[in-house]
Design a binder for this molecule. Structure first.
Ligand code: SAH
Length: 398
């Protein structure tokens, strides 16, 4: 390499990157405006353009002066991940493959129902937790998503649905008689249940949720946002303080022996410790419950005895249970419990007074069902290096 090319490269690196405004929650954006010598209330104006009107081009933000629009074009961008592909399932579920600037891909799923539309978003590229039943685990951990990449997923899905559905959508128009809420704002709920463990990417996730909840942002109430965790106990307490949202916990087993095998994180935070953290999460909050996700694996965790054990474990936790039929993943040997078994398991929980629903499998014809998201990891060297180091670091005795 010649000296000149090194110099040129350094020059490129030294150039200050433009701020991607998707990365900033409102207080962050207020600070941004103050720093560039503007009034902080500009943040609310720009928020409304981006999240309510769907506008990312500063030149179209007509209530900002021309000079400010030019300044913003110099200093900032509003850039979501690139949408590479959208697949539509027979049942109306949609899955987008979104491409990140480094070439990695993430998957985002929209599940329409009669009364609501749920968007399932990702928090990491890959995952480091190695749950034995999960497709994402098989690709290893690549990296955390930045807050702009998390918010950008929602913006993309919202934008794509608004375009597809015509005039309805992005800005939540006034209802006409006969309109369903979901006609007006197709996305009513957001779940952080896609790829990755959200509580292992805490700061970016919290900042993204702030924008999802912001009245000038997506305006979703905290009850309509659900964070699903495999049981990162210390971060659960922090979440309750910083950004309370609905909590889902992937339990899947009633004994530490079995859970160590299914969700290796259990070796660090065993069931008793996890349930204490769940109890603490909902203390003092009216009518709030933790959702326990329980995968139904044929002959592994689906017996009558295990249903009774589960009811016993949850006796002192404000809980509801979501039974999830296992979705087949290539190369993973578990099988889905038969429907009769799932019904029986559910009945036992109901008889013990525990609110229990069986999750409908949606979008399985496009591999959009729970646990089937893989995205596209391009950075294979780093991925396999990390997988190897994880395996080495893992305690061998289960
Ligand atoms: N790391 C977080 C969020 C991602 S997983 C967590 O563990 O909760 C989201 C949900 O999908 C979890 O409940 C997970 O257990 C479930 N899941 C994973 N693989 C699955 C599969 N093959 N079939 C059905 N559900 C699966």
């Amino acid at each position: 390499m010649t000296e000149q090319t090194v110099e040129q490269q350094n020059k490129q690196v030294d150039q200050p990157a433009k701020v991607n405004l998707f990365a900033l929650d409102r207080s962050g954006m207020e600070a941004f405006f103050t720093n560039i010598g503007q009034k902080s209330f500009r943040a609310a104006q720009v928020f409304k353009w981006i999240y309510q009107q769907g506008v990312t081009d500063f030149s179209q933000m007509t209530d900002l002066s021309k000079a400010l629009r030019a300044q913003l074009t110099e200093e900032a961008i509003v850039q979501p991940p690139q949408v590479d592909q959208m697949q539509l399932s027979q049942d109306g579920t949609r899955k987008w493959l979104m491409r990140l600037p480094d070439g990695n891909g993430i998957e985002v799923v929209f599940i329409p129902e009669d009364e609501r539309g749920t968007l399932c978003i990702s928090s990491q590229v890959g995952c480091s937790l190695n749950c034995t039943f999960c497709a994402t685990a098989r690709q290893g951990f690549n990296r955390n998503l930045s807050s702009d990449e998390i918010v950008g997923q929602v913006w993309n899905a919202w934008h794509s649905l608004a375009e597809e559905l015509g005039s309805t959508g992005f800005d939540g128009q006034q209802a006409k008689p006969g309109d369903k809420q979901t006609d007006l704002r197709p996305i009513t709920n957001i779940v952080l249940m896609g790829m990755g463990e959200p509580l292992l990417n805490y700061e970016a996730v919290i900042s993204a949720i702030a924008t999802l909840r912001d009245d000038f942002g997506f305006g979703l109430s905290k009850r309509r946002i659900t964070l699903s965790t495999a049981g990162m106990v210390p971060a659960m307490a922090k979440l309750a303080e910083d950004m309370p949202v609905s909590l889902a916990v992937s339990l899947h087993a009633t004994t530490d022996e079995l859970r160590n095998e299914l969700v290796p994180l259990n070796k660090k935070y065993p069931i008793a410790v996890l349930l204490e953290a769940c109890k603490a999460y909902v203390t003092d909050k009216q009518r709030q419950r933790v959702t326990f996700e329980y995968l139904m694996l044929d002959g592994v965790n689906d017996s009558d005895e295990q249903a009774r054990e589960l009811a016993k474990l949850l006796r002192y936790v404000p809980a509801k249970v979501n039974l999830i039929p296992f979705n087949p993943v290539e190369g993973i040997a578990y099988k889905r419990s038969p429907q009769k078994r799932v019904n029986r398991f559910r009945q036992i929980l109901l008889n013990k007074g525990i609110v229990t629903v069986t999750r409908k499998t949606r979008g399985d014809d496009i591999d959009a069902a729970c646990g089937q998201l893989v995205g596209k990891v391009d950075d294979r060297t780093r991925r396999s290096e990390r997988m190897t180091s994880q395996r080495v670091a893992q305690p061998s005795a289960a």
